[in-house]
Design a protein. Structure first.
Length: 153
């Protein structure tokens, strides 16, 4: 992802987390991903908003995406900057793992596979995520320790 700048800068709202994860708020797998990231993102570079939120819906519309489709994880790289980049599917997932550093950075090796193959595998999991991992009746509220990292809850 050389085309994506990973520097930490202040967002328009004055916060320092500069990548925004857009996730399905009722998906157990997605909420598990959020907990995984929060535990490992000591630097606080990731913030979160559900796809169902007003912010999530407006970001998707602004990037020409269907706000009614909840089967894709998105990351807005450099959220709040003049040049945000929207990543989706396997690209978003790999960006998260690579940005967390540590052993998760080894996910970089998956980039040897063609993007269509990675996205196909991503879609396979996404299509079956409610059946395999479950779903909630409503978006979960974040733990008070992390509440400030969630936008539009």
């Amino acid at each position: 992802m050389n085309e994506v700048r990973r520097e930490r800068s202040r967002n328009a709202d004055g916060t320092t987390g500069n990548h925004l994860i857009l996730y399905d708020g009722v998906c157990a797998l997605c909420n598990g991903l959020n907990r995984f990231v929060l535990k490992r993102d000591a630097a606080g570079v990731f913030r979160f908003a559900s796809l169902q939120s007003n912010l999530g819906q407006s970001i998707l519309r602004a990037h020409g995406k269907d706000p009614g489709s909840l089967e894709t994880l998105y990351v807005v790289v450099n959220h709040g900057s003049k040049s945000p980049v929207l990543l989706s599917k396997s690209g978003a997932a790999l960006f998260i793992l690579e940005t967390l550093r540590g052993p998760w950075r080894l996910a970089t090796v998956l980039r040897i596979f063609p993007r269509p193959l990675l996205d196909w595998a991503y879609q396979l999991v996404a299509r079956n995520r409610y059946t395999v991992f479950g779903r909630y009746d409503h978006c979960l509220m974040p733990n008070s320790k992390y509440r400030s990292r969630f936008i539009d809850v």
